[in-house]
Design a binder for this molecule. Structure first.
Ligand SMILES: [Zn+2]
Length: 170
């Protein structure tokens, strides 16, 4: 392993006629990152991981977090976003999914003593971890305060549970 990704679910894909291009709002991203850092006792000056829009991602992958591991030491540490998929989810869901990936990043760095390394140890499984699930659910509440969309909030909780059920080893 060395990555976590969100794939297309289809079920929640919005009606294409209502789709609009979602963009990330720096203020919302910063707010989520500050929250994640406070919950994981991260160094306060820890920067947001690199977030890149990547048109080469497979169509069924919406976004993914990658990091160099023992098995893939050349992998870059970054979160990749699939621009083709930015129409399928609305702003709230995109921010939540990014928050999920940023939580992976914080957990990975904490496991490695917040040190920059050539490759990172990852023995802890995140998706079914109580603390990980709590933080990502808290991010749903944080976004609920901003977007006030109850369907999205429910969708975020479902996605959090699905990560555990479908990808328990990540
Ligand atoms: Zn994940």
């Amino acid at each position: 392993m060395g990555s976590c990704w969100f794939s297309m679910t289809g079920v929640y894909a919005q009606d294409a006629t209502h789709a609009s291009h979602s963009t990330l709002e720096p203020q919302t991203v910063s707010r989520m990152w500050a929250f994640i850092k406070s919950k994981t006792d991260a160094p306060t000056d820890l920067a947001i991981p690199p977030i890149v829009v990547d048109e080469t991602l497979p169509k069924n992958v919406r976004l993914m977090f990658e990091y160099p591991s023992q098995y893939a030491p050349d992998t870059e540490m970054r979160i990749r976003l699939n621009p083709q998929n930015m129409v399928a989810w609305n702003s709230g869901m995109w921010h939540w999914a990014l928050g999920h990936e940023m939580t992976h990043y914080a957990f990975l760095l904490r496991e490695n003593g917040w040190q920059e390394k050539k490759w990172y140890e990852n023995r802890l499984k995140h998706h079914c971890d109580h603390e990980f699930m709590t933080i990502t659910q808290n991010i749903a509440e944080l976004l609920w305060e901003i977007y006030e969309k109850s369907e999205d909030r429910l969708h975020m909780y479902i996605e959090a549970n699905k990560s555990c059920r479908h990808q328990p080893n990540q």
